[in-house]
Design a protein around this ligand. Sequence first.
Ligand SMILES: N[C@@H](CCC(=O)N[C@@H](CS)C(=O)NCC(=O)O)C(=O)O
Length: 221
Amino acid sequence: MTKPIVLYGHTSGPNPWKVAIILEELKIPYEIKIVDFAEIKKEPYTNINVNGRVPAIEDPNTDITLWESGAIIEYLVETYDKENTLTYTSFPEKYLVKQWLHFQVSGQGPYFGQAAWFTKFHHERLESPTKRYQDEIVRVVSVLDKALTGKKYLVGNKCTYADLAFVTWDSMLPFIFGDKFATLNFEKNYPAYFAWNKSLTERPAVQKITKDKQAAMAKGH
Ligand SMILES: N[C@@H](CCC(=O)N[C@@H](CS)C(=O)NCC(=O)O)C(=O)O
């Protein structure tokens, strides 16, 4: 029997919840340990992730400790998705899924994250970096919209781990943009992106994690 994987996460940070969605989709048992940001750059947590960020996992079934959400997702799929429900073994699809995951971790996460930093958390409001990262969000959305035009998913005709990897950062956009979000009108301007994101958020695994995240935030960790 599979023993629960420990997922180190945070209440509001989207990267660990991205991993949780994959765990839910694959029905892998897991438990979440919330790491307070005040403790994240110190031991004992840095013994688990020397980079002092979440997510990280510890898998007692294989004795691996792993960090970086993209690497964790690939590990989970390769180890536990025996039926290839969230991936492909065929060429070139197998590599196209990886391409989109790499785009998510390098092209979506960091830019969306910096936009959140400069709009919400930086100690002063600075116009040019805020604009730079908000513009980059819209550009990334436009790239996804172009790639998804006429398609339901990024690769082939099924939902893969690459599609799912985008959801948690996308769900942060109303928070990042505030009042400006409505004016961007993604439904009208980026309809393929909008429909894709909507279909992903309607999946039971995504709905469950959205609720779990809200509950964790309400507890105020
Ligand atoms: N590239 C990393 C990014 C991880 C990351 O930035 N996590 C945020 C939470 S979503 C974090 O730990 N922030 C705390 C900090 O930077 O001190 C990944 O994809 O796992």
